[in-house]
Design a protein around this ligand. Structure first.
Ligand code: ADP
Ligand code: MG
Length: 244
């Protein structure tokens, strides 16, 4: 579904991503791991068009998307969440997701019915899927941190993505919230057949859920493989664990 090849991105003289490869097969749950500063967020920003690559290819469903603006990449079927939660804090949980569903359906301005009557069923379904249905009427900004991050995933789901890209979905979470979020991600992949790409700095979090793991170190992808292959790689232990 997605193939990133030899991607490079520098900020002035600093090479944030300098030769990174990544493959995501349809239906897979793929993790990118690497310490802070490894280039994970930059890589995700390149995939979803927030940044443009200096060189390299990004092929999504056989099409080069590396020159497209973010909204076109989103329309092609890649939705994402950010490392720092991006929600409408003063709207209700329900409205946050409804806006996203409506934008995907491109209906918001064409209908004479009040917008709040639209896409109610789809919005409810998404909230039920992520476990936020009971908080539908809460003001988004008043939710606990973990719930705000879950809401962000719900907003991304409103775009009906083929590929869901999550930048550190468990950042800043308690161990309980982290467990619940990883469970949610696993469930979305299993029950909805969604293809999910996420990144994490904490290795422990990914090994139970990801089918394929890519390890990034100083802007370079050093390996991609199944959990066992990655765990046993001498190169990974050297780079990532500092030889520990
Ligand atoms: P990660 O998400 O793996 O922690 P990032 O992709 O955020 O890593 O950052 C990789 C490196 O690139 C870091 O050293 C960071 O400081 C640098 N970097 C990221 N964005 C910018 C930017 N806009 N300008 C300059 N340096 C940046
Ligand atoms: Mg990051």
């Amino acid at each position: 579904m997605l193939r990133v090849e030899g991607i490079h991105k520098s900020f002035e003289d600093f090479k944030a991503v300098s030769g990174s490869d990544l493959t995501v097969e349809a239906g897979q749950l793929v993790a990118v791991i690497g310490p802070n500063g490894a280039g994970k967020t930059t890589l995700f920003n390149l995939i979803t068009g927030q940044l443009k690559a200096d060189r390299g290819e990004i092929i999504f469903n056989d099409e080069d998307i590396s020159k497209l603006p973010p909204y076109e990449i989103c329309r092609k079927g890649i939705a994402r969440s950010f490392q720092i939660a991006n929600i409408f804090p003063r709207l209700t949980v329900f409205r946050n997701v409804q806006v996203s569903v409506l934008s995907q359906q491109r209906k918001s301005v064409k209908f004479f019915r009040p917008a709040r009557m639209l896409a109610v069923k789809e919005t409810r379904e998404i909230l039920e899927n992520v476990g936020l249905a009971e908080k539908a009427d809460a003001i988004a900004g008043s939710l606990a941190h973990g719930d705000q991050r879950t809401l962000e995933i719900a907003i991304a789901l409103g775009n009906k993505p083929e590929l869901l890209v999550l930048d550190e979905p468990t950042a800043g979470m308690s161990p309980e919230e982290t467990g619940a979020t990883m469970e949610l991600i696993r469930r979305l992949a299993d029950s909805q057949g969604l293809t999910i790409l996420f990144c994490e700095h904490d290795m422990e979090v990914v090994f139970n859920v990801a089918q394929s793991i890519m390890v990034m170190h100083q802007g370079i992808s050093i390996i991609q493989g199944g959990p066992d292959e990655v765990r046993n790689s001498a190169r990974v232990q050297e780079c990532y664990l500092g030889g520990a």
